[in-house]
Write a protein that binds this ligand. Structure first.
Ligand SMILES: [Zn+2]
Length: 219
């Protein structure tokens, strides 16, 4: 197993629709194992294959809290078969959009069908953080990101910021005459803190503020 590199905005691959997995072979299992290791190292609660540069319909998840034992999930060709009517707001982050956290409203429960790591058909009914994470990761397979929940204006601001960062990493600007006023707000070469692909700790407060967390399956 190995930790793989996570691609970040504005990598165009993040906008690509991932293709179905056609064969579950040793290579795919190794990818799934690497993805789990990468997710735990980040740390995050979910990761889609496209985030490590492989646009295939494969996601890994573990929405257990730190105190619990790990419960890794590998979902191959996941399909949502049912979304609950009740909505819920979580503050979500994304490993591919470091340091951005957004409150996002999604159905509170979800039923998903998929093949597990051994290729067996499975169905899973999820709520709480896991339900949010499943939807977040399946969005990745369709080229959708959490910033797509924002207005176009706000989304553009974030995208522009990441484009600028990417540029400054690639080609350190040499005393160009434009924009002398913006001292780099970040050392470009410092690895950004990987904000987890998760709607973590603060989420329960937010959710309960809105009175939408009766079950409290959240960590
Ligand atoms: Zn994400």
């Amino acid at each position: 197993m190995a930790v793989r590199n996570i691609i970040t905005l504005p990598d165009p691959l993040l906008r690509k629709k991932s293709a179905a997995v056609e064969r579950i072979d040793a290579e795919l299992k190794a990818l799934a194992d690497d993805m789990l290791e990468t997710m735990y190292a980040a740390p995050g609660v979910g990761l889609a294959a496209v985030q490590v540069g492989v646009p295939r319909r494969l996601i890994v998840l573990d929405a257990t809290s730190k105190e619990e034992e790990h419960r890794p999930l590998v979902l191959i060709n996941p399909e949502i078969v049912e979304l609950g009517a009740e909505m819920r707001v979580y503050e979500e982050g994304c490993l591919s959009i470091p340091d951005v956290r957004l409150e996002i409203e999604r159905p509170a429960t979800v039923k998903v069908r998929y093949l597990d790591r051994e290729g067996r058909p499975q169905e899973l009914a999820a709520d709480g953080l896991l339900a949010t994470a499943i939807q977040h990761e399946i969005d990745h397979l369709n080229g959708k990101l959490i910033i797509d929940f924002l207005s176009r204006l706000k989304r553009d601001i974030i995208v522009r910021k990441f484009k600028k960062q990417a540029k400054s990493v690639k080609a350190p600007e040499k005393g160009s005459d434009k924009a002398p006023d913006k001292a780099p707000d970040k050392a470009p070469d410092k690895a950004p803190d990987k904000a987890p692909d998760k709607a973590p700790d603060k989420a329960p407060d937010k959710a309960s503020e809105k009175g939408s967390d009766p079950a409290g399956l959240t960590p």
